[in-house]
Design a protein. Structure first.
Ligand SMILES: CC(=O)SCCNC(=O)CCNC(=O)[C@H](O)C(C)(C)COP(=O)(O)OP(=O)(O)OC[C@H]1O[C@@H](n2cnc3c(N)ncnc32)[C@H](O)[C@@H]1OP(=O)(O)O
Ligand SMILES: CC(C)C(=O)C(=O)O
Ligand SMILES: [Mg+2]
Length: 552
């Protein structure tokens, strides 16, 4: 029998921090970002990146604005060692960018790591060892003193070997790996022991990176852990407090945001949340969450599609179509009520107003994405989406009742096919249903005489059943006169219920479009649409198309 969860799993104990401050804090500036795409992201790939791929990725990270980039684990492989050498020897590291490398707390590995950085102007040397009880007991078979000793000895080796390359400005970063499941007092004890050896100062700080190596709890608990460390670490003003959330529970973004509220200065993560298991925290999401709150994150994602393609090609992993901000479908509305609200939002938006479009927390244009994909029509869509696409595609601004009438035509097709209908297909349906209605009466020409301001005469030349017809009528305007002419011919009253017109295009290409809602006899109202360079002809064509639709 499958075990009950309460018999199999342990609940994570809440942190005792009754005077926690973070819930009242607001993030008002971005943290220092550190991309670990080339290290934590890379170590989690099925096929790790080649030297060339890493260099391509590095250049892209620099272009995005990252100032700290972890480029690998140089003591682990020749590839990673060579990446560091190429970056240094080929002068690929801009002056305001610092590379970071990771090592275990083992002398041979530290020695080789330091060697890989020969000639670097500035470098962050990142050493880790796990501190949590399960690692102490299961992996290292040692006690707290043993684990603390590994961190202390490792730090001494880092001090010793980096001192041999004084031309480099060294920044030391220490991570108590599995911090999220380490007793807080013990995490502090290890970190304080490390800083006592390294001796950071406010002018030359060191970095303590507190990883949720495995995400163990709700994000508020991680925030409590970070606030506790922020308040209790020795020598806090000489420390850059960094966080490194993984996404095992799917709440890494929330954990990172609450951790920043709790006192973290710096966040490590990967683009689109790549990384071990369920990934590292997604830096794109974090940065754009800030952007949408009116805070510039200091990272440039203004061409998000290009960045997504680069990351997909370097990692060989797809970005989910619903990934926040970056997924192919995240700015797309298929459903009717969403489309209606978005259409109204665009109409209400002015150049000066703050962004306020329902369902779109961020302007797709800020990420280099077009509005074309914002509204897409399938069987879940309504009149708002259909008319929005028709307007975008061909400039028609349908009156409300025509929107309702036409969307039923589109709905019929989408129900039959169970497929999306794109803008050009919608235009084609509109053209067939409203503009190319040439039977039984085909328009040939019309002449309007409005010399007399009160009585306008319309002469309309038509084709009907292979015969040429010329009809004439008088009314208070061209449309009224044409309606009179056609009423006489058909022997039925033609009533114009509603009339709209607008122009499409400009200059010599400008077209007038008329929408006429009419009734033939006692029948139901229907719409006719006419398009012509001449507004009177457009109105007469609209009337005739409407009558044709009734007669068909
Ligand atoms: C949470 C993280 O992401 S941590 C980073 C993880 N990333 C990687 O491991 C990628 C690169 N690593 C590697 O390629 C390899 O681990 C290497 C080449 C660095 C080392 O390989 P190996 O020498 O075979 O050692 P391995 O990684 O298996 O580690 C096991 C040994 O190192 C010790 N060890 C592991 N981590 C650490 C550490 N951080 N500090 C000190 N010792 C450590 C273990 O206790 C074990 O010791 P034992 O052999 O005496 O039992
Ligand atoms: C090396 C450390 C920081 C790490 O990647 C982790 O704990 O997740
Ligand atoms: Mg990690």
């Amino acid at each position: 029998m499958i075990a009950q969860p309460q018999d199999k799993y342990r609940r994570f104990k809440p942190i005792e921090l009754s005077d926690r401050q973070w819930p009242n804090k607001v993030i008002s500036q971005p943290p220092v970002w550190m991309s670990t795409d080339l290290r934590d992201g890379n170590q989690a790939l099925i096929d790790p990146m080649s030297v060339e791929t890493k260099l391509r990725f590095f250049k892209a990270l620099v272009a995005m604005g990252f100032k700290e980039i972890e480029v690998g684990f140089p003591s682990a492989s020749e590839t990673d060692f060579n990446v560091v050498r190429r970056l240094i020897e080929e002068n690929l590291i801009p002056d305001d960018v610092t590379i970071e490398v990771l090592t275990q707390a083992r002398e041979d590995l530290i020695e080789r790591t330091v060697k890989s950085l020969k000639g670097a102007r500035r470098a962050i040397l990142h050493m880790y060892n796990p501190t949590a009880p399960d690692f102490r007991e299961i992996v290292y078979r040692t006690d707290k003193a043993g684990v603390r000793g590994i961190a202390e000895q490792g730090t001494r080796w880092v001090k010793q070997y980096t001192a041999q390359q004084p031309e480099t400005e060294w920044v030391y970063q220490y991570s108590p790996e599995a911090f999220s499941s380490t007793e807080l007092e013990f995490a502090k004890e290890v970190c304080d022991a490390v800083s006592a050896i390294w001796q950071p100062t406010p002018a030359q700080k060191m970095i303590f990176n507190l990883p949720a190596t495995v995400e163990m709890s709700t994000p508020n608990t991680y925030a409590d852990q970070i606030e506790w460390m922020h308040r209790n670490l020795n020598n806090r003003d000489a420390i850059v407090l960094s966080v490194h959330p993984h996404n095992d529970r799917g709440t890494a973004v929330a954990a990172a945001e609450l951790a920043v509220m709790a006192g973290a200065d710096r966040v490590e993560g990967c683009l689109f949340g790549n990384g071990e298991r369920t990934g590292n925290v997604c830096l794109v999401t974090l940065a754009l969450n800030l952007y949408s709150q009116g805070i510039h994150p200091g990272l440039d994602f203004s061409n998000i599609d290009q960045i997504r393609q680069l990351v997909e090609s370097c990692t060989n992993l797809p970005v989910h179509p619903r990934h926040p901000y970056a997924g192919e479908l995240v700015f797309t509305a298929f459903s009717g009520s969403h489309q209606d609200a978005i259409k109204k939002g665009f109409a209400a938006q002015t150049a000066k107003s703050l962004w306020n479009i329902p369902y779109l927390p961020l302007d797709p244009a800020d990420l280099g994405r077009s509005y074309d994909a914002v509204v897409r029509v399938n069987s879940q869509s309504g009149k708002g989406g259909v008319s929005f696409l028709l307007q975008q595609q061909a400039g028609f601004e349908l009156p409300r009742r025509l929107q309702i009438e036409f969307s039923k035509i589109v709905q019929l097709v989408s129900d039959e096919t169970s497929k999306e209908i794109n803008a050009s297909a919608i235009y084609q349906l509109f053209d067939e249903a409203y503009l190319q209605v040439n039977q039984p009466y085909t328009f040939r020409s019309s002449k309007v005489n409005d010399d007399n301001e009160e009585r306008v005469t319309a002469d309309i030349s038509l084709q009907h059943n292979g015969h040429q017809l010329t009809l004439s009528g008088q009314g208070n305007g061209p449309l009224d006169a044409a309606a009179v002419a056609l009423s006489h011919h058909l022997g039925e009253a033609i009533t114009v219920v509603d009339y709209h017109e607008h122009g499409i295009g400009s200059g010599s290409d400008a077209m007038a479009v008329c929408y006429v809602e009419l009734k033939v006899g006692q029948g139901n109202p229907v719409f006719g649409v006419g398009q012509d360079k001449n507004i009177s002809r457009a109105a007469i064509k609209a009337l005739l198309n409407g009558i044709n639709r009734v007669l068909q």
